[in-house]
Design a protein around this ligand. Structure first.
Ligand code: ADP
Ligand code: ASP
Ligand code: MG
Length: 434
């Protein structure tokens, strides 16, 4: 049965990290093995900056500089890994950078989202070309596959929806039964017309789940720079503990509320086929992973804390003395959907409807402009949303001490509070049970 591995940006951030990958793949002798790889390090952020420069006539020099810096970073990794070996993929990678440059010329007057997908996908196309060459160089036979021809999607750019029957057919036809390591890209897909699409930032975990679902894999392993899934981001909470086992449903809740370690769409396709997800550390591969499967028994064992930063609180009020009733809420939420935004918290009262949103200026400005045509709109930026799953009594008050909450929401399993980021500590501490 197939195993699917997923390596994120951190696990291939430079030449040393890529060297480190080889033994992890060598140790897994069974085939088929599908390896899904992200762009190197922070390449996707850099490609987004490149895109912004490409769309601005006045920033031609910035564009050149960004492109050259990216290319230099990749050349350095290649140089360190291959030296002057004939296996070096330097020429192929240079050709991909030329293609990327040409795509920017071709698409810079297209809609932003289309231009994004046609260019940002190069982070993964380049990284996988490099990693495939490295594995071949190390004697591990690989089969490089273009995920744009496997993960078939609609044309909803930057958040493409998977066409499951077409994807399953393509994946099975091209990948089933291979005795080589199948190496492909996370995050990217393609339409039937051959246009590139992306699945949303951090979408490579979801890609791994798509391949696993279509191949009815035995398990998915996502290799991270942390030992597993914790009850809070171990970089932000000084007493976070690893979760040994939780259910698909609970992991989806954590991811949905912003636990960045797994993309929220990852769990659904795995749960449908009962495929367990292991979260392991590429730094300490022998340590026990976190296991996510159908078992729900341990879900509420410990409270879990999630921080969502860079939030904006948008308050919308009718101009006349009328209520913020369902038709108005419907209108506002409709505009939110049109802007491609998602509310992380919603609050309503007689004459006010308020939304907590991720600060994504390229989408937010359009939404706020549209709302201002018909309503009074206020916004406050630089906020942090704290979510606690299965909070113990009094816990949220301790976590809120000394901070004003701009908004609050609570139900049987989840409590949320919105704070000003400047009032929040750099390192948080989960209160012990009283
Ligand atoms: P990838 O390299 O696969 O893209 P990410 O950077 O997306 O990996 O995810 C790993 C990071 O997620 C960790 O470095 C950690 O800081 C962060 N993280 C946030 N919440 C959690 C959590 N609950 N458990 C573990 N890690 C978390
Ligand atoms: N490279 C993409 C990103 O940084 C996808 C991923 O890493 O999951 O968002
Ligand atoms: Mg990620």
């Amino acid at each position: 049965m197939t195993t699917v591995f997923k390596f994120g940006g951190a696990s291939i951030k430079d030449a040393d990290a890529i060297r480190h990958l080889t033994p992890l793949i060598e140790a897994h002798r069974e085939r088929p093995l599908v390896v899904v790889v992200s762009a190197m390090g922070k390449t996707t952020n850099k490609l987004e900056a490149l895109l912004a420069a490409a769309r601005d006539e006045g920033r031609r020099d910035d564009y050149r500089e960004c492109l050259e810096a990216l290319q230099t970073g990749h050349r350095q990794a290649i140089e360190s890994l291959f030296g002057d070996s004939p296996d070096s993929p330097a020429e192929r990678i240079d050709a991909l950078f030329d293609e990327l440059d040409a795509k920017h010329r071709e698409h810079r007057r297209d809609a932003y989202a289309r231009h994004y997908d046609e260019t940002v996908c190069y982070g993964e196309l380049i990284s996988t070309t490099l990693v495939a060459a490295w594995l071949d160089h190390c004697g591990i036979a690989t089969d490089w596959q273009d995920a744009r021809q496997l993960v078939r999607t609609d044309a909803c750019h930057q958040a493409a929806n998977v066409d499951w029957p077409a994807t399953a057919a393509a994946v099975r036809e091209r990948l089933a039964g291979s005795d080589r390591v199948i190496l492909t890209q996370g995050f990217i897909g393609g339409t039937a017309e051959g246009d590139s699409t992306t699945l949303g930032r951090e979408g490579s975990d979801f890609s791994a789940a798509i391949f696993a679902h279509c191949l009815e894999a035995r398990e998915v392993v996502i290799w991270k720079d942390v030992p597993g899934l914790f009850n809070a981001d171990p970089r932000r909470f000084d007493n976070a503990v690893q979760l040994e086992r939780i259910s698909y449903a609970e992991a989806t809740e954590l991811a949905w509320h912003g636990a960045k370690v797994i993309h929220p769409k990852t769990l659904g396709p795995l749960q449908e086929k009962s495929i367990p997800l292991m979260v392991r550390s590429f730094e300490t591969p022998d340590a026990a992973p976190s296991v996510i499967d159908a078992e729900r028994r341990f879900d509420a064992d410990v409270p879990c804390c999630i921080l969502r930063e860079n939030q904006v609180w948008v308050e919308v009020r009718p101009r006349d003395f009328s209520f913020m009733d369902e038709p108005r809420q419907h209108d506002i939420l409709g505009r939110l959907v049109e802007a491609g935004l998602h509310a992380n918290l919603v609050d309503s009262s007689a004459m006010r409807f308020a939304l907590c949103l991720d600060d994504r200026p390229e989408r937010l400005e359009g939404l706020i402009g549209a709302l201002e045509a018909d309503y009074d709109v206020n916004r406050e930026e630089a906020l942090t949303l704290l979510t606690v799953r299965h909070p113990q009594r009094g816990m949220l008050d301790i976590l809120s001490e000394g901070r004003e909450a701009l908004a609050e929401r609570r139900n049987a399993t989840t409590a949320q509070r919105l704070f000003r980021s400047r009032d929040c500590p750099a390192t948080w501490h989960i209160p012990e049970e009283r």
